[in-house]
Design a protein around this ligand. Structure first.
Ligand code: NAP
Length: 268
């Protein structure tokens, strides 16, 4: 096997983590050298997940031990926000480059990760959405927002998602905010008969979160002006849709010497 980029994955039993294990083990230039989980310390991944019968790398419950023993180049984190922050921080302290797909990390924590990465001049990518189509949806929305001031974002996800609104919806709203003239939308005297009916308010834009079994990750950005509306929509029907972005991020993080937030900032 060619050595290539040595990768550790945190969260290998999760829905995203499993896809990442598949993706990494299917790439000639990537080498999975360990996984970080909350259980099964010291066992082989092949022993705990029949799907990965061929994947002999070791499971660690301690990130520190894993990174010290395996000396990977890159850590992919697909866990929960509290763990992801600690994992990314520990990784950079040990000169391992984090690629974090976990959403819900606080702004303050993101700032801390940014400061560490830029100070140490080490690559660190945080991407709330690895789907290439979702990145284009965000870019197209930002283009449209120059001409359409009124916008509502509807994000729809599976009902096991912990954070709302989604990282993608927040990122979309931030990108729109960069170009949109500030505006409070809707009628100035509007009232909510049921609390939350108008969704979250981000600089006057409204964000609505739908959670239903059967969904994966979907988002619709609706723009409205007199006599016309424009809808930009992206749907991820399978978690495989995120893996091209994860692969690009792993390759790119090796060439970076600082922090990047959002896949759109590393795609041409
Ligand atoms: P999931 O199925 O719940 O998987 C999360 C996994 O992380 C579980 O196996 C969980 O183990 C594990 N975990 C929790 N704490 C851990 C720790 N301290 N160390 C190691 N593993 C730990 O969730 P998912 O759907 O895969 O999503 C994972 C994250 O990715 C979420 O934040 C989600 O929003 C995000 N996401 C990102 C993208 C993107 O494109 N960036 C796309 C989809 C989802 P237990 O079962 O023991 O708790």
């Amino acid at each position: 096997m060619t050595e290539g980029i040595k990768v550790v994955i945190a969260g290998p039993r999760g829905r995203m983590g499993r896809e990442a294990v598949k993706m990494v083990t299917n790439q000639e230039h990537l080498q999975l050298v360990g996984v970080i989980d909350r259980q099964d310390n010291g066992r082989a991944l092949s022993d705990i997940d029949p799907q990965f019968r061929e994947v002999k790398c070791q499971v660690y419950t301690s990130i520190h031990e894993c990174l010290m023993e395996q000396r990977p180049d890159c850590l992919i984190d697909l866990t929960v926000p509290e763990a992801a922050f600690y994992h990314a921080k520990t990784a950079m302290e040990l000169n391992v480059r984090p690629v974090v797909g976990t959403t819900g990390i606080t702004l303050q924590e993101l700032e801390e990760l940014k400061a560490i990465a830029n100070h140490k001049k080490i690559g660190c990518i945080i991407a709330p959405n690895f789907a290439i189509g979702a990145v284009l949806m965000m870019k197209f929305s930002q283009m449209a927002a120059k001409y359409f001031q009124n916008v509502e974002i509807i994000e729809l996800h599976h009902d096991q998602k912990l954070d709302a609104p989604s990282g993608t919806a927040i990122k979309t709203a931030e990108m729109i905010h960069e170009v949109r003239e500030p505006k409070t939308q809707g009628h100035p005297n509007e009232t909510e008969k049921l609390q939350g009916a108008r969704g979250a308010n981000f600089h006057g834009m409204h964000i609505h979160s739908v959670r239903l079994p059967g969904l994966i990750a979907h988002q619709q950005v609706l723009f409205g002006e007199k006599g016309e509306t424009l809808t930009i929509r992206h749907d991820s029907y399978d978690r495989e849709s995120f893996m091209t972005g994860v692969k690009v991020a792993v390759e790119t993080v090796m060439k970076l010497n600082g922090y990047v937030y959002g896949l759109e900032n590393i795609l041409d």
